[in-house]
Design a protein around this ligand. Structure first.
Ligand code: G1P
Length: 292
């Protein structure tokens, strides 16, 4: 049996082209789309840090430099805010500078999610690690990644976060097949990337959080191009299943798919509603809008 190791490294793939959000993503990474005043990827990094991750590698690509600038320190801005005695904003900036050091590696060609994760192999080495997709924000008092870590520590095996997805949307997800061993826990038997609704083995879709044993890297190397002519993470998980158990966990919390236009708008509305400075005005506006 594999030796249990603490998970302290995370990979955040953020190399996708963002075609669903063109033209804005022509000159701006989709991970930098703002949810009011913080970019989507801020929340993803924050979840990793709150889950105990202290070593983050973001997979970027051409046109993604804004992500590095965002997580960098900003001494000139800090100086200006200090002179203006604007402590609130200063503290918000320092919060970002206080995140653990983030490493970056580029995916040179857009060869898919699986290939992006493989770019992190040298950095991760021979230890289990978390993957957080840069599009998904998941809110919960216990972060989703921390929930997966709890499952990992029980089984010392890879874990995928899952949720029920509407039948007509299974073709946007990796869909799992397996047996429930507890109400919210499934031992995975198979996983299929973006199946047609009538061929889907279930309605349980993989969402953007995973824990992997390092053997996933060999599987990724042996994965042929799949859906969309890309190296798919789902196909590598299929290979992993041959020799290693994989579990799927129905996480607690709410997932926002900011990679989808409607999902993005819903995220902004929900975050505005829970912001004490915006809540009242937002509520009044929504009520007015619905009644008109
Ligand atoms: C990716 C994965 C898919 C997963 C989904 C979750 O797809 O390939 O298996 O279900 O993320 O968001 P994408 O959304 O990048 O097309």
């Amino acid at each position: 049996m594999r030796k249990k190791q603490n998970i302290h490294k995370a990979v955040i793939p953020a190399a996708g082209l963002g075609t669903r959000f063109l033209p804005v993503t022509k000159s701006m990474p989709k991970e930098m789309l703002p949810i009011i005043d913080k970019p989507v990827i801020h929340y993803v990094v924050e979840e990793a840090v709150k889950s105990g991750i202290d070593d983050i590698i973001i997979i970027t690509g051409r046109g993604k430099r804004a992500i590095e600038d965002y997580f960098d320190a900003a001494p000139e801005l800090e100086m200006r805010l200090k002179d203006q005695h604007n402590d609130t904003t200063l503290n918000r900036l320092r919060e970002i500078a206080d995140f653990p050091t983030i490493h970056y590696v580029r995916q040179k060609e857009p060869n898919g999610l699986g290939d992006a994760i493989l770019r992190a192999e040298n950095h991760i080495g021979n230890e289990p690690f978390a993957v957080l997709l840069g599009d998904d924000i998941i809110t919960n008092s216990k972060p989703c990644t921390a929930q997966l870590m709890t499952v990992y520590s029980r089984f010392t095996s890879s874990v995928i976060s899952i949720e029920h997805v509407p039948r007509e949307k299974v073709c946007s997800y990796g869909i799992i097949k397996g047996n429930a061993i507890e109400p919210d826990l499934v031992r995975v038997e198979d996983i299929v990337e973006k199946p047609e609704p009538d061929k889907a083995p279930s309605d349980m879709g993989a969402v953007g959080r995973y824990i992997f044993v390092p053997e996933i890297f060999d599987c990724l190397k042996n994965t042929n191009r799949g859906v969309g002519n890309e190296i798919q993470l789902t196909d590598a998980i299929k290979l992993l299943l041959k020799d290693h158990p994989v579990y799927a966990y129905q996480f607690e919390g709410k997932r926002y798919d900011t990679g989808d236009k409607l999902g993005y708008i819903e995220t902004i509305i929900d975050f505005a509603l829970r912001d004490p400075h915006l809540n009242k005005a937002m509520m009044e506006y929504l009520q007015k809008r619905i009644c008109s």
